[in-house]
Write a protein that binds this ligand. Structure first.
Ligand SMILES: [Zn+2]
Length: 145
């Protein structure tokens, strides 16, 4: 399987497509990806952080501040996807690895895990990388750091 065929993001491929149309705020997150930055939000009331960003907090807070997240972290967990959702199945052949990266402050992000030369190992150093999809949407994937 080529790098290109594997190049997409599990979590965002369906989600972002809708959100890209839905909110101007989310466009800031997408614009960050286009610049190679991962932007998250932090609730001014309780301090909870969100990645991907949210714009309201479960505490009721609506004042969320942007901050940039270091894209390097560790592999929190991983799995193999055998049945991909429709939107993803068009872009990648199953089975493929799905990883969850733990970033700074305990932020976690699920995405396609690619570029592996060995079996994934929990705790290994990984990083999340933005990528533009063939359809022009932005996404991201996880690869060894
Ligand atoms: Zn809050």
């Amino acid at each position: 399987m080529s790098e290109r065929e594997m190049g997409f993001v599990v979590e965002l491929s369906s989600d972002v497509k809708n959100k890209q149309r839905m909110t101007a705020e989310f466009k800031k997150f997408i614009a960050g990806l286009e610049e190679g930055k991962f932007l998250a939000t932090k609730c001014a009331s309780c301090g909870k952080k969100f990645m991907p960003p949210r714009f309201t907090c479960p505490c009721g807070g609506k004042d969320l501040e942007w901050f940039e997240v270091n894209p390097e972290g560790t592999l929190y967990t991983w799995s193999i996807v055998h049945f991909a959702p429709d939107g993803i199945a068009k872009q990648v052949n199953v089975p493929y690895p799905l990883g969850v990266i733990e970033l700074e402050d305990g932020l976690k992000l699920a995405a396609h895990l690619k570029g592996l030369t060995t079996k994934p190992k929990v705790g290994m150093k990984v990083k999340v990388v933005p990528q533009e999809l063939d359809n022009g949407n932005m996404a991201y994937f996880i690869k060894p750091a």
